[in-house]
Ligand binder design. Structure first.
Ligand code: NAD
Ligand code: UDP
Length: 322
């Protein structure tokens, strides 16, 4: 039985990855310090004899008994309001966390994958973004803690690959959504759906002309699985190229929720990228992957998840322990 360590297991993406790797018949060790995660995301996995949870901060020395075939480093605050509140932890999990886990991968002779991000392209001057674009990042702006942590993470992963000949993979994830996002994490989809469900105004930042391209979580997980199983060690974009302005997205959410909420405009956060869309030619060519779930289908499933949550969860405070 193959054994995989997944960090960030109690988070949005980590919990879906744990499910997928269990379905593939692997033994899954989920690791998390719960700084932005939530045990409710994985409580249904706890009785599974092929799953174990290890409460640990990966910026501290990481010890895992037994063999490991794969290490997937997904631990990191991921939402702008999270990493603005906990910038040091964000830098540490990208830098020290990645270093610790690379060291573990060497000892275990495990294949290693990191969750990189479209944020390595910053506020991009090339559109859509291809993997060979080096990016346009403000290292000292408020988003720098995340963007630079992820760029360092890519750099140290490539160094281990080149110097120690470690088998490594780098997935550059573009905005992904689905069940188990935290309603109060500030990302645009849970923000808008939460506002609609609470009967609040929908807060569009800036004039709403900035764009994003949203990928449904199942599509992303399939792309990550294929990349991990491939022999390709340079970065690969995984995302859905269907681009939309945030203003249009707000209208879609209002229509979906049937709530007739009013849109209000608030200041655009500093260094908020003006446009973002993945070029997925490489993923198509080397992984035979492309997204299958339309935004209409994905939003419907996600909305059903949020509206079926117990009412009190709509009003939960942020759970930062940073
Ligand atoms: P999330 O906040 O839901 O999950 C992150 C998890 O990592 C949380 O459970 C948190 O408690 C854990 N964590 C953070 N620091 C830790 C530490 N030091 N030790 C152990 N655990 C720690 O975020 P997510 O959306 O699931 O993102 C997962 C990964 O994917 C992140 O690395 C993120 O940068 C990357 N990513 C996500 C997206 C997206 O659209 N969701 C896009 C690009 C990249
Ligand atoms: N956004 C918004 N209203 C909100 C939350 C976010 O208009 O309540 C905008 C944000 O300014 C950005 C886009 O939606 O332009 C996506 O933001 P998110 O935080 O989801 O992720 P990002 O892609 O910026 O990392």
């Amino acid at each position: 039985m193959k054994r995989v360590l997944i960090t960030g297991a109690a988070g949005f993406l980590g919990s879906h990855l744990c499910e997928r790797f269990l379905k593939e018949g692997m033994y899954v060790i989920g690791m998390d310090n719960l700084i932005t995660g939530d045990m409710r995301n994985i409580e249904h996995l706890m009785p599974n004899p092929n799953f174990e949870f290890n409460h640990h901060d990966v910026t501290k020395f990481v010890h895992v008994p037994g063999e490991l075939d794969y290490i997937m480093h997904f631990a990191s605050p991921a939402s702008p309001i999270d990493y603005l509140k906990i910038p040091i932890q964000t830098l540490k999990v990208g830098a020290m966390g990645t270093h610790n886990l690379l060291g573990l991968a060497r000892v275990k002779k495990a294949r290693f994958i990191i969750a990189s991000t479209s944020e390595v392209y910053g506020d991009p001057l090339v559109h859509p973004q291809t993997e060979d674009y080096w990016g346009h990042v403000n290292p000292i702006g408020p988003r720098g803690c995340y963007d630079e942590a992820k760029r360092y993470q890519e750099a140290i992963t490539m160094a281990y690959h080149r110097y120690h000949e470690l088998e490594t993979r780098i997935v550059r994830i573009f905005n992904t959504y689905g069940p188990r996002m935290r309603l109060n994490d500030g990302r645009v989809l849970p923000a808008f759906i939460g506002q609609a469900l609470r009967g609040e105004d929908i807060t569009v930042f800036g004039d709403g002309t900035q764009t994003r391209a949203f990928c449904y979580v199942d599509d992303l997980v399939e792309g990550i699985y294929r990349l991990l199983m491939s022999d390709y060690s340079l970065p690969v974009n995984i995302g859905n190229p269907a681009e939309i302005t945030i203003g249009e997205f707000a209208e879609e959410i209002i229509k979906l929720t049937g709530t007739n909420q009013k849109v209000i405009y608030q200041p655009l956060p500093q260094d908020d990228p003006k446009q973002r869309q993945p070029d997925i030619t490489l993923a198509r060519e080397i992984l035979g992957w492309e997204p299958k779930v339309t935004r209409e289908e994905g939003l419907r499933i996600t909305y059903d998840y949020f509206r079926n949550l117990p009412k009190e969860r709509l009003y939960e405070e942020s759970n930062h322990r940073g």
